[in-house]
Design a protein around this ligand. Structure first.
Ligand code: R5P
Length: 296
């Protein structure tokens, strides 16, 4: 019978200081052996100059409706697009409210099925077929995965179906690790969930920052991008982003900590400086304060 830690009698070693050994000359972890088409999509997501990405997540409406800060996507997006690498969104948000004349990546939300009115959010279906994802020029297909929740089986089924379809067209899958109400944001949980998602075949895993994050990142054979979670004071959110990058994340997939800031553009810019320009959290905070002082 399996135990929760894999094998509790043998001490684990994540070799956090050793770089991933199978990257070849490609800049995205775990993708060296994939074909040209997948690598092109991954290069639309992860900047080849830094290997990192700033994904702006504004797919919340798929289960939260009109969240504070996302009431008017048509007004928000033109301000934010210059500061991010990828838009993570639903097809409805993109088609209705974002002009297609931008040169950034698209991470298309393709799972759905619950709303804030449900106690258990873990029961989803695949809501977008592969042909429509191709029509949207998606660079990645995002599927929510609920490990340890009531809907685990169906969410892994969703992830598998999406990966099987996406592989036929060389489109990467982004596995979004959801944390259910009874789950704790511990490294033990994230090591389990991120590794399951990567081994199912996802090319990117989105998860949350946690203690011992460097071990979570080291044990995951594909790049991890960190979600922001609930709105924090900007200084704390910048520290979280910095610590995640220091711990081995290859970027952020951040929503509320950008779009719920009174200074969303400055926040996106500050996060981008951490992700791509080696800013420390203190340096990024100083930048944020300078910008917001002058813009009022
Ligand atoms: C949540 O299910 C959505 O997929 C969001 O994209 C994700 O939570 C990231 O947004 P935030 O940074 O607001 O947590």
């Amino acid at each position: 019978m399996a135990d929760l830690d894999g094998n509790t009698k043998i001490e684990k070693n994540y070799y956090v200081d050793k770089p991933f050994a199978v990257n070849g000359n490609f800049h995205v972890k775990g993708a060296a052996n994939l074909d040209w088409g997948v690598k092109k999509h991954l290069s639309n997501i992860f900047d080849p100059r830094t290997g990192n990405t700033v994904m702006f997540a504004f797919d919340h409406g798929y289960f939260m409706g009109s969240v504070s800060g996302l009431e008017r996507l048509d007004l928000l997006m033109p301000k934010l697009i210059p500061h991010v690498d990828v838009l993570m969104a639903t097809r409805g948000a993109l088609r209705t409210s974002v002009k297609p004349n931008f040169r950034k990546g698209i991470a298309l939300r393709v799972s759905s099925g619950s709303s804030m009115l449900n106690d258990d959010l873990s029961h989803e279906v695949i809501a977008v077929d592969i042909e429509d994802a191709i029509r949207m020029n998606a660079d990645a297909l995002a599927v929510q995965v609920f490990i340890g929740a009531d809907g685990q089986l169906s969410s892994i089924d969703n992830l598998s179906r999406v990966i099987n379809a996406a592989n036929r067209y060389s489109i990467p899958a982004l596995g979004v690790v959801a944390v259910g109400k009874n789950m704790e944001r511990t490294s033990q949980y994230f090591k389990l969930a991120t590794r399951i998602v990567a081994e199912m075949g996802a090319s990117i895993v989105k998860t949350y920052y946690c203690d011992n994050f460097d071990e979570v990142a080291a044990a995951c054979p594909v790049p991890i991008v960190v979600a922001g979670g609930k709105k924090l004071p900007e200084k704390e959110a910048l520290t979280m982003a910095y610590q995640a990058i220091q711990g081995g994340a290859r970027g952020v997939d951040m929503g509320r900590n950008i779009f719920q800031s009174a200074y969303a553009t400055a926040m996106a810019d500050a996060v981008s400086r951490i992700v791509h320009r080696k800013y420390t959290d203190a340096h990024a905070w100083e930048f944020f304060c300078d910008v917001t002082k002058t813009t009022g």
